[in-house]
Design a protein around this ligand. Structure first.
Ligand SMILES: Cc1ncc(COP(=O)(O)O)c(C=O)c1O
Length: 298
């Protein structure tokens, strides 16, 4: 099926050439984006995503390309033209087209792209049994709170993990602090049963899934502490999981050589996995977070 995207004022085939050679997004990575889950035609948590987009734009002094109402109308139209049961809605804004030079151009108009793509959620097996992840040195810039299209360190760490047969990579600062994964936030249940995650400061992207999961945890009476944790703390951790728009709640049972807890997804991870699936209109997936037997030792 041909995908139709909105690119700079027009609906076009997603596979048709549309980017100007002097788009600053193309030349400098001078732009921001959002990735929204669309389930049964409904973009989920859209208001939260649009608020984060507005913030990212403000932080980089890129003018908003349209009003939120027009952006929502464009999103609805792109979703209508690409009927998919489960999809992602990709929204990108670059600073615009101008002769290549570092200073912000006085007259460039931001370029908006909106596209819908089929989504690959973690498999039922991954949700039920958990995944293994790598550790990677934190080499990104100091403003990870901005959802910028500059993702090279994320791509490199992810690729290296995949080549080692690992699902994701967790970024580690020089002092051992774990910030987040390459495309997801990370939560740990510590030895006291407290749910921990890095605070939403400039060192991580404040994930929308992270926000929702924190709210679900508080409502479920789970003690929460937004305090960073280190690699050393993984040894005593009971549970570990990732959160993201397309990762959902993804249990992690191994980090490099370490087994987390009992080596199977723990009860808090499974509860939050179910609650988040239901929150997202993915109730059918909730059962995948049921208790599983440990893998036999080989
Ligand atoms: C670096 C990074 N952290 C966290 C997330 C999770 O954010 P969200 O829950 O809004 O998808 C993402 C999502 O792409 C990401 O790229």
């Amino acid at each position: 099926m041909t995908r139709i995207a909105y690119v700079d004022g027009r609906y076009r085939r997603l596979d048709a050439p549309a980017v100007a050679a002097e788009d600053r997004g193309y030349q400098f990575g001078d732009g921001v984006y959002e990735m929204v889950k669309v389930i049964d035609g409904i973009p989920r948590d859209l208001d939260r995503h649009l608020a984060r987009l507005a913030r990212s734009l403000r932080e980089l002094a890129i003018p908003a390309p349209t009003s939120p109402a027009v952006l929502q109308a464009i999103a609805r139209e792109v979703i209508r033209r690409n009927p998919l049961r489960h999809a992602t809605l990709y929204i990108q804004v670059t600073r615009g087209i101008a002769p290549r030079a570092h200073p912000f151009p006085a007259s460039a108009r931001p370029v908006l792209t909106v596209a819908v793509r089929r989504v690959a959620f973690p498999t039922a097996e991954e949700r039920a049994r958990g995944v293994a992840v790598a550790l990677a040195p934190e080499i990104r810039w100091q403003r990870r709170d901005i959802k910028s299209i500059n993702l090279l360190p994320n791509l490199l760490a992810r690729q290296q993990a995949l080549e080692r047969g690992l699902r994701e990579a967790l970024f580690v600062e020089a002092d051992g602090t774990i910030t987040e994964a390459t495309a997801a936030n990370v939560f740990l249940v510590d030895a006291r049963g407290v749910l921990r995650t890095h605070p939403a400061d400039r060192r991580i992207l404040g994930g929308i899934t992270r926000q929702v999961v924190l709210e679900l945890a508080e409502r479920a009476g789970i003690p929460v502490d937004q305090r960073p944790f280190t690699v050393d703390e993984l040894d005593a951790a009971r549970e570990l999981f990732l959160t993201g728009t397309t990762s959902l709640v993804l249990p992690v049972v191994r980090v490099e050589g370490r087994t987390i807890g009992a080596g199977i997804p723990g009860p808090i991870t499974r509860l939050l996995g179910r609650l988040y699936a239901e929150h997202s209109g993915l109730g059918a997936l909730a059962g995948d977070y049921a208790q599983v037997a440990p893998e036999p030792k080989s």
